[in-house]
Design a protein around this ligand. Structure first.
Ligand code: AMP
Ligand code: MG
Length: 347
């Protein structure tokens, strides 16, 4: 896997530079380069550019490999020419000259079907964070035989070791290594040793639609955690747990979207980065994530990530908060005082 690790790191670092260039150039110049996808979520020149660059680098190194990536290149092919020209300009800055159709072809390399060995890419996870200059991540994983074998997370704005911007690379069984954005090794990443749940620092989504803030507040009240949760966009939350900035990342099912199942590209890289830093990741029921269900984690509900030591305890409490055994979702109500008072006996 040495070559895969080298190529994965080169790819996510190039994509991070592209995202920084787009942010500096287009956003500060007041040119948004933003359009809406069918589901209403935003997509930018940087999402397409990042996907083009990563696919180009990975596709050239491993021509036979399947890539499953979030963005659909046909949208860009049929959009107005200005957005495609901008994507082409930024992508070519990173990987050399190409015409717009070739750049679209690179983006389309990500239309693979997940099976066997495949790369999974979120070119910008947390696009909303990117747009508000909060956290975002370039997330690349390699899945083989239903297991995540490699994970790369580039977080251009995440504070780490006194500076902003860090890349994590993990190989199953070999730990998680941190790098500066320029590729300089920063050493291994380890989760925090917190074992007192009252002292646990939680991290969760900024967007209330992507999790369940009320259920998370109930859980914090039940375990007596006093610290306010951190809120950040993207898989930077996994990175925060992997390097000990947070102890727990909760992604709880939202009652407004009970049928929502997580996209594999929103989790594959982050999960391995945490596990190889000594942490644990399961769904809300404590079940392992099942990567064999296509583009979504169809057999899982929500995600709970911890430093390992806190995991079983929190899964037990979560079961009561969400009333998973009863099939309900009691902690989802905005008024969660009753849930907190009736369930304290489990702690
Ligand atoms: P985050 O930045 O952690 O809030 O997550 C961003 C991701 O949330 C996006 O990439 C979407 O794929 C995903 N997402 C969209 N709708 C939902 C939902 N209802 N529940 C959970 N995640 C969602
Ligand atoms: Mg995403």
């Amino acid at each position: 896997m040495d070559r895969e690790i080298e190529v994965g790191l080169i790819a996510v670092r190039a994509a991070a530079r592209l995202c920084q260039a787009v942010q500096a150039d287009m956003l500060s110049a007041g040119v948004s380069g933003v359009t809406s996808k069918q589901d209403g979520s935003p997509v930018t020149v940087a999402d397409f550019g990042s996907q083009a660059v990563v696919n180009r680098i990975v596709g050239e190194a491993f021509p036979g490999d399947v890539i499953v990536a979030e963005e659909d290149g046909s949208v860009l092919r049929h959009a107005d020419g200005a957005q495609l020209r901008a994507v082409t300009r930024f992508a070519c800055e990173q990987v050399g000259a190409a015409d717009p159709q070739t750049v679209c072809d690179w983006i389309d390399l990500g239309a693979g079907e997940p099976s066997g060995r495949f790369w999974v890419l979120d070119p910008i996870d947390g696009t909303k964070g990117f747009l508000r200059r909060g956290q975002y991540a370039i997330a690349l994983g390699l899945i083989e035989g239903g297991r995540v074998e490699l994970g790369f997370l580039a977080c251009p704005l995440l504070p780490c070791g006194g500076r902003r911007g860090v890349v994590f690379a993990s190989r199953r069984g070999h730990g998680t290594q941190a790098f500066a954005l320029d590729g300089r090794p920063l050493g291994p990443a380890r989760v925090a040793p917190t074992s007192d749940v009252k002292r646990a620092v939680l991290v969760e989504s900024v967007e209330s639609a992507h999790t369940n803030h009320a259920a998370s507040a109930t859980l914090r009240e039940m375990v007596g955690t006093t610290a306010e949760p951190l809120r950040m966009d993207s898989q930077a939350k996994y990175a925060a747990v992997a390097h000990g900035q947070a102890d727990v990342y909760l992604r709880l099912p939202n009652t407004k979207t009970p049928d929502y199942r997580e996209n594999i590209w929103d989790h594959a890289a982050g999960v391995l980065v945490v596990e190889e830093a000594g942490g644990r990741v399961t769904d809300c029921y404590g079940r392992p994530l099942d990567w064999t269900q296509g583009r979504r984690l169809g057999k899982n509900l929500g995600v709970i990530t911890t430093n390992g030591r806190l995991h079983e305890r929190l899964v037990t409490v979560l079961e009561r908060v969400l009333d998973l055994r009863g099939g309900g979702c009691r902690g989802c109500d905005e008024d969660n005082s009753e849930v907190a008072s009736t369930t304290t006996e489990v702690i």
